[in-house]
Design a protein around this ligand. Structure first.
Ligand SMILES: CSC[C@H]1O[C@H](OP(=O)(O)O)[C@H](O)[C@@H]1O
Ligand SMILES: Nc1ncnc2[nH]cnc12
Length: 278
């Protein structure tokens, strides 16, 4: 039995009369971010798409109940093209989450987006090749609008919070998502510079899937490197090192922004589905 709202969930799948809390906010942590609080509960969720990257941790940030999934697994065992994106989003939805905060490490395609900067992306370009992009593989067919892929209300809250904390911030940025797991060639990187600001491997299909379930999604990116268009080519260890160095900024941002998220949504993200079905 699932009851919506703030209350509790009695879900036989978790064991007889297991009672867990229902957080409305979910965080998906990226490279270098494998936990954001001391969990009060850890929930093993089974979904029609298999298991999420890890059991979902439930805890509090500044008194607000939050669910957390490390995107790549607790020990970074899922590469970007093998992350169980559908299971992650489904599991959060099933636990009552309405708003998803996606934390990512990104390369910079612009001189002015510097390592350590925070970017609240406003657009994306999908250069991935072979992922599970949708919950609607038929017979129910949906075409969700992606003109403005991120929740305007969450973006505003995170931008204001980052400004108040005087974090190095870019209020906008186009995130190009590549398939990975390899990094780009110099020629690819030069091409991507023509039309994007930051580069990563995981925003897609996470944001699409959240939208398909009527959830809000905001991307909080930390720049970790200058990709390969600049002199020194990026490597994975550098990404993790820079992300770890900057994790505390992300933590402060979460603590400032999350208590500002209102209980009820006024953004319209849930309404997008109304016109999506054929
Ligand atoms: C560890 S280097 C490449 C890896 O880092 C980024 O992960 P995430 O977006 O989950 O922070 C990038 O997308 C790659 O998956
Ligand atoms: N340069 C880069 N390319 C792709 N994904 C990244 N994640 C962090 N830095 C990256």
């Amino acid at each position: 039995m699932i009851s919506t709202g703030k209350a509790t969930l009695i879900f036989p799948a978790f064991g007889i009369n297991t009672v867990i809390t229902m957080p409305k906010i979910g965080i998906i942590g990226g490279s270098g971010v494998y936990g954001v609080f001391e969990p009060k509960e850890t929930v093993k969720v089974h979904t029609p798409y298999g298991r999420p990257s890890a059991p979902v941790e439930i805890g509090e940030i500044e008194g607000v109940e939050v669910a957390f999934i490390p995107r790549h697994g607790k020990h970074h065992e899922f590469p970007p093209h093998e992350v169980p994106y559908r299971a992650n989003i489904w599991a959060l939805k099933e636990l009552g989450v309405e708003r998803v905060i996606g934390i990512t490490a990104v390369g910079s395609l612009r001189e002015e987006y510097k390592p350590g900067d925070i970017v609240i992306a406003d657009q994306f370009i999908d250069f991935t090749k072979k992922r599970e992009y949708t919950f609607y593989n038929g017979p129910r067919v949906a075409h969700v609008s992606m003109a403005d892929p991120f929740c305007p209300e969450l973006r505003r809250i995170f931008i204001e919070a980052a400004k108040e904390l005087s974090l190095p911030l870019h209020e906008k940025g186009t995130y190009i998502c590549i398939e990975g797991p390899r990094f780009s060639t110099r020629a690819e990187s030069r091409m991507f510079r023509q039309f994007a600001d930051i580069i990563g491997m995981t925003l897609i299909p996470e944001v699409n899937l959240a939208r398909e379930l009527g959830m809000c999604y905001v991307n909080v990116s930390t720049v970790t490197d200058y990709d390969v268009w600049a002199e020194k080519p990026v490597d994975a260890q550098e990404v993790i090192r820079v992300m770890k160095e900057n994790e505390e900024k992300v933590q402060r941002l979460l603590k400032r922004a999350i208590p500002r998220i209102p209980e009820e949504r006024t953004c319209g993200c849930a309404d997008i589905l109304k016109t999506a079905f054929v």
